[in-house]
Design a protein around this ligand. Structure first.
Ligand code: GRF
Length: 204
């Protein structure tokens, strides 16, 4: 079966990208192939991870490209050139418009560091998510992989994994536990699941 061609969109450290690269190397992402890493800024360490793994990395910067339309046109050109079939947002911090996401129904997935519908939506990203979880006093948090639509963190949920909040947790400690025990496990599993579905559809 032909593997699903995957682009991973990044902005920062790329630990979720690394989890996908490791899963691919371990044969756990057998229905898909990461063929492109697209960073929203040139300093994303995730680009180093792509380079080490021999995966082409490109930068599409909203700031450098000036406006949303030019930015998204540049992204679409890269996706076309690499014949991308599935987009994975892994810590991607730029906005994608409804006009863009509508072109990719159930073909863009995102990892969010909470159990949606808690602690999500506009403004909820990075450490802020864990600060809010601790402030609320939840005993369980976790990560969610979901399809992306025009509503921030609003698309259909694909998978979730719960993580215990421990006494004395700081936002940083909780973030690391959610990454290690949920995000880095969940994302490769979800990407394999969606890749397999796409690959099977191509066979029909
Ligand atoms: C992760 O916490 C992820 O849940 C969120 O952004 C962060 C990305 O981290 N979407 P990394 O760049 O994958 O290390």
């Amino acid at each position: 079966m032909k593997k699903t061609k995957i682009a991973v969109f990044v902005s920062g450290g790329g630990t979720n990208l690394q989890a996908l690269i490791n899963a691919q190397a371990a044969g756990k992402l057998h229905s898909g192939e990461i063929v492109l890493v697209l960073a929203s800024n040139p300093n994303a360490y995730a680009l180093e991870r792509a380079k080490k793994a021999g995966i082409p990395g490109v930068v599409c910067s909203r700031k450098q490209l000036g406006d949303q339309e030019t930015f998204e046109a540049a992204i679409s050109a890269q996706l076309k050139e690499h014949e991308i079939e599935l987009i994975v947002l892994a810590g991607f911090m730029s906005i994608l418009s409804e006009a863009f996401t509508k072109q990719w129904p159930e073909r863009i997935i995102n990892i969010h560091p909470s159990l949606i519908p808690s602690f999500c939506g506009k403004g909820y990203f990075g450490l802020k998510v864990h600060e809010q979880a601790l402030a609320y006093g939840v005993k369980v948090t976790g990560a969610t992989v979901h399809f992306v639509n025009e509503i921030p963190d609003g698309g259909k949920i694909i998978a979730q994994k719960a993580v215990e909040v421990m006494e004395g947790d700081t936002p940083e400690v909780l973030q690391k536990r959610v990454m290690e025990r949920a995000e880095w496990i969940l994302l490769p599993q979800a990407v394999q699941q969606v890749s397999e579905k796409i690959a099977k559809e191509k066979e029909l």
